[in-house]
Design a binder for this molecule. Structure first.
Ligand SMILES: Cc1cc2nc3c(=O)[nH]c(=O)nc-3n(C[C@H](O)[C@H](O)[C@H](O)COP(=O)(O)OP(=O)(O)OC[C@H]3O[C@@H](n4cnc5c(N)ncnc54)[C@H](O)[C@@H]3O)c2cc1C
Length: 396
């Protein structure tokens, strides 16, 4: 991935936006457990920032994934992870499949207003009984005349209390688990949709996360994403690659920032007659971790360059995106734990930014495909795991 002056101009625009529109409110939104997406997203939409990779005819910029990853990096200047996560869901997690496979009418009704920031979207894959094992989801959309009628539950849904629509994975037939699923656009104001509750979480507190029930919810069959039923599993797997690269790019930038924050703190803080940063052990530990972050960034950039050339489903993109996602989760845990340690008592205080980062980035090893699931994909693509028939397969 080669960064051009256009990438850098985009970075400056996003950073300026974060400093003006997010950071002054971040502490309050963290305390309140949410932020006003319907107030913030139109401002991002007005700058074109919600449609960087989306088709120009629907209001997007028509650029490749490298640009949206620069935005993911720039969002790391936010004083919270939750609002960037919510933005990432809108730009790179719930809209890629709609943009790639959706009908023109569906894109006009849901994608264009989401790019403008007028509609808020969310992604509905996980359920109380199926997270890693995507093939095991139970939500069902049965056909009834010109409609689907949907019943089921979706769990841990980011933007779930505020979203206007969901990109939902549901079972649309009794075919085998990888062939019976479809992606549907589900308006969340439809009768029978019930946001059961906002979930309380250890981090990403400025982003709302919901459990949502669907009781005989009727949506037109034209809300199917793509021309054919049964393609949802594969479409969602492609969509996950964008999500994973977004997470890896955002994490690498957050981790660089965490090292800087820690070095600054240690430069100011004195112990044993000198700044803590003067201790060779501390310098070498920070240096060691900075190498790991650079390796994560290089891996992410390589995957992004291939994605821009070959698309999300290319096996090499899946292999490298899975590696980047795994590395991002594991390194976040190691590095932020070290940074909390080096902040001493202040690192343990909820009010410190490093503590918030420690709590926020912990989700990376769990959400969007847990570490172990990423390892399973990598093992398969490296040829270490012989293919064998099984009832269902993990999220990969
Ligand atoms: C803050 C947050 C936001 C989220 N946002 C969304 C969202 O917007 N939309 C959405 O659909 N989902 C969302 N999720 C759900 C997330 O994707 C799932 O939590 C994740 O996929 C893991 O599923 P699970 O929680 O059911 O874990 P389980 O499937 O119960 O797995 C538990 C643990 O078992 C281990 N494990 C799993 N599979 C294997 C395996 N094959 N081999 C070995 N070990 C394994 C892993 O350590 C895993 O963490 C969100 C989650 C969180 C925490």
């Amino acid at each position: 991935m080669h960064l051009t002056p256009e990438h850098e101009a985009l970075r400056r625009t996003v950073e300026a936006f974060v400093h003006k529109e997010i950071n002054p409110h971040a502490d309050r939104w963290e305390a309140e457990g949410g932020f006003p997406a319907h107030a913030l997203f139109p401002k991002l939409g007005a700058l074109g920032l919600l449609g960087i990779t989306k088709p120009v005819e629907h209001g997007g910029m028509g650029l490749d994934i490298t640009y949206t990853l620069v935005m993911a990096e720039a969002l790391a200047v936010a004083r919270c992870g939750g609002v960037p996560l919510a933005i990432g869901v809108q730009t790179d997690m719930c809209t890629p499949a709609l943009a790639q496979f959706g009908s023109d009418a569906l894109k006009r009704e849901f994608l264009a207003p989401s790019i403008a920031g007028q509609l808020v979207g969310c992604l509905g894959v996980s359920e109380p009984g199926a997270g890693s094992d995507v093939a095991a989801i139970q939500t069902r959309a049965r056909k009834d005349g010109g409609d689907y009628v949907i019943s089921g539950q979706k769990m841990w849904i980011t933007n779930g209390t505020q979203a206007d629509w969901m990109c939902m994975l549901a079972n649309t037939s009794d075919d085998p688990p990888h062939k019976n699923k479809s992606l549907l656009v589900v308006p969340l104001k439809a009768p029978g949709v019930h946001v059961e509750r906002k979930l309380d979480k250890m981090g990403m507190r400025s982003s709302d996360t919901a459990l949502i029930f669907f009781d005989e919810v009727r949506v037109p069959r034209a809300h199917l994403i793509g021309d054919e039923e049964g393609r949802g599993f594969a479409q969602q797997m492609a969509q996950f690659q964008d999500e994973r690269l977004w997470g890896a790019a955002n994490a690498a930038a957050c981790l660089t920032r965490a090292l800087r924050l820690t070095a600054d703190h240690l430069g100011d803080r004195r112990a044993f007659g000198q700044p803590l940063l003067a201790h060779p052990y501390i310098q070498l530990r920070l240096a060691e971790l900075s190498v790991e972050v650079e390796a994560l960034r290089a891996l992410t950039y390589r995957a992004a360059a291939l994605h821009a050339r070959d698309g999300a489903s290319a096996p090499e993109v899946v292999r490298l995106a899975s590696m980047a996602k795994l590395k991002a989760g594991r390194l976040s845990r190691e590095l932020l734990d070290a940074c909390v340690q080096l902040h001493g008592g202040m690192g343990y205080m909820s009010e410190s930014l490093i503590n918030r980062m420690y709590r926020d980035l912990r989700v990376l090893s769990i959400g969007g495909g847990a570490d172990e699931v990423m390892l399973g994909v990598i093992a398969k693509l490296e040829g270490y795991a012989p293919a064998r028939p099984r009832a269902s397969e993990p999220r990969a």
